[in-house]
Design a binder for this molecule. Sequence first.
Ligand code: VJV
Ligand code: CA
Ligand code: ZN
Length: 393
Amino acid sequence: QFGIVRPKGYNVSFHTNPEMEKHHFGQTHPMKPWRLTLAKSLIMSYGMPFAMDNYIARAATFEELNNYHTHDYLDYLGTVLPEPVPRDVDSANPDLKFNLGGSDCPLFEGLYDYCSMSAGGSLDAARKVCNREADIAISWGGGLHHAKKTEASGFCYINDIVLAILQLLRCYPRVLYIDIDVHHGDGVEEAFFSTDRVMTCSFHKYDPCNFFPGTGALEDNGPKNELNAGAHHAINVPLNDGITDEQYAWLFDSVIGKIVETFRPSAIALQCGADSLAGDRLGRFNLQVQGHGQCVAYCKKLGLPMILFGGGGYTPRNVARAWSWETAIAVQCEDKLDRTIPAHTPWREHFRQEELLPTLEQIVGDPRPNKNPQKRVQEIVQHVHEQLRFVQH
Ligand code: VJV
Ligand code: CA
Ligand code: ZN
């Protein structure tokens, strides 16, 4: 633990709900809400709560969820019961009502509460940023970027990010959404497809046939019709397996730097999905905690009001490391973050002894061969810069 110095006039708010973390998608489902408890325990061991305003997230109301999702869908989500006998129904099954009850989006005990608490945390975060009560607001229980207006998708039922951005739009003219989860942020892109008040930018593994959700090609930049305000306001950075910290940082700075210059956002919503880390159970990239956190540090330096959301992340101990590191970046104490896990960390057994209990050392896991040639990475930046020539705010 370090002696926390609270920078005067700089506020970080932290929104969590311990009730949310108790829910289960099922024994072997990759999404494990308890990773939030693991992350919070590490954050607390480092004494970071002393440097933030801490809030228990409330559950979002039906009316709040209805600001994006349809009445029909919410009604069903709130009343459908978990199947007594678990069926092995694949999510590709077209018979599923609202895509609920398959293997990706199973029905489980307390599903509606889980969803409304995740959204509640992100809405609370958005309100703090709107009221200027927080410079950065953190909602690690949010970031569920695949949920659609009337459909669940990819472990996501309620799109807390869309709801939070809608809230930000009440107080800020333009919002930049950035998504560093290994999956394409399709739900958020779709929600703001036709507006020039939100620019979305997702970095993701792209393989239309073999990697979920299969969308987010370089050339997909919003409505093709130039008369539609949303044209050129969706930016996609499709990547291949094994991308490294160095390449990712270069891409991130070149792409986001240019976006900020042309779009001139008044607030930032950053989805920090931790499945882009090396060693992730579902991911394909080679990012280290430092490379992942570099994106947060870059955005913070822009000095704009910001929300940090969670998202994917399927190797819980690495999720906890990344989100602790990024919380430290938000409160500006990363230089004081020790490389070892503090002795009094609850859930300490989840950080393997042989990994030297690091937060920052190389993440252990088979490094994936890097399939991103430098030439391709440069082409991507070139394309994005060309797209942005059409954008002037
Ligand atoms: O690839 C898919 C869809 C299928 C149908 C469902 N089967 C299980 C897999 C193929 C086409 N879904 C992806 C969804 C990824 C969602 C990522 C969410 C986020 O990180 O972006 C934001 C929170 C997928 N990949 C892997 C799995 N599903 C998967 C699901 C399981 C599973 C193992 C893998 C569900 C249940 C169980 N194991 C027991
Ligand atoms: Ca992404
Ligand atoms: Zn993901």
